[in-house]
Design a protein around this ligand. Structure first.
Ligand code: SAM
Length: 260
């Protein structure tokens, strides 16, 4: 998969992306990163890329010409999605990461100063994405966040192919707590079920913990999960009924023995 990033700070993107897991995927040829410095395309004699805002207001705005020419230099095939990182975009999430990971190539446009002239956005942008309800100085950190999350969904990027399957948000649930060595640390023990080797029980325990955590921390996500998994609650109801029946029978048996 190829990422093209139109930015005023290519070194920031390159340093961030060519590190750790994404960096390894680049050197293995699974991912490709191409950064374009928008300033290199300015036709202004001082290489300016920003100017005053019509109608007044604080700050400067990136004007259309360098952004458009930087984009044209990519010569991407028709239909290639162009993502503008902006606080007014749709909030990025795991579902979007999965969807973007299905593309062969993505172009990202990073704004700076007060943003970018609306006309060039209208001309080239297909998707507007925000990484959250706060304002950053530029689109460089947001694009690194997006490319990282998208890359993890690209086959071969993670060492263990399953690593992204069970994670938070993978099934509208937050991830269960996890433990590594030692079995006891600072007086705190790893839950015994995780040492039992019984994978059915481990899966059940993990799902219960995920559900508990999601219900407490993200009730919105929990509601969604509950709506789409009625069979889970039906199974729990049946299990509870069976356990109650068993307890009733046992109590009856004990009472009978006492009477003898
Ligand atoms: N004037 C803009 C507004 O109020 O929406 C904010 C511009 S911001 C200072 C400069 C650039 O940072 C934006 O063009 C965008 O590329 C990027 N940016 C800032 N916050 C962001 C966010 N939450 N998500 C995505 N991009 C963001």
């Amino acid at each position: 998969m190829k990422f093209d990033v139109l930015t005023l700070f290519p070194e920031m993107i390159e340093q961030g992306f060519n590190t750790s897991i994404t960096g390894r995927a680049v050197s293995e040829g699974i991912l490709e990163l191409n950064t374009v410095n928008i300033r290199d395309y300015s036709k202004d004699k001082h290489n300016k890329v920003d100017d005053y805002i019509y109608g007044g207001g604080a700050g400067m705005l990136m004007f259309p010409q360098p952004v458009y020419d930087a984009y044209k230099s990519l010569n991407v095939k028709e239909g290639t999605r162009v993502v503008y990182l902006t606080p007014v975009g749709q909030t990025f999430n795991q579902k979007m990461a999965k969807e973007f990971a299905m593309e062969d190539e993505l172009v990202f446009l990073c704004g700076h100063y007060e943003g970018i002239d609306e006309r060039v956005i209208e001309t080239i942008v297909t998707d507007k994405v925000s990484i959250g309800d706060y304002v950053l100085t530029g689109g460089e950190l947001p694009v690194l966040v997006m490319m990282d999350a998208i890359s993890r969904m690209v086959p071969g990027v993670l060492g263990n192919g399953d690593s992204s399957v069970d994670e938070s948000f993978s099934d509208s649930l937050l991830e269960y707590p996890q433990y590594s060595r030692p079995e006891e640390w600072n007086g705190m023990k790893v839950p015994p079920v995780l040492l039992s080797g019984d994978h059915k029980k481990i899966d059940e325990w993990r799902l219960e913990r995920s559900l508990e955590r999601t219900r407490e921390l993200r009730p919105d996500m929990y509601e969604k999960w509950a709506e789409s998994h009625p069979e889970y609650f039906e199974l729990q109801r049946k299990k509870k009924k069976k356990a109650e029946e068993k307890a009733r029978k046992l109590a009856k048996k004990l009472a009978k023995q006492e009477m003898l």
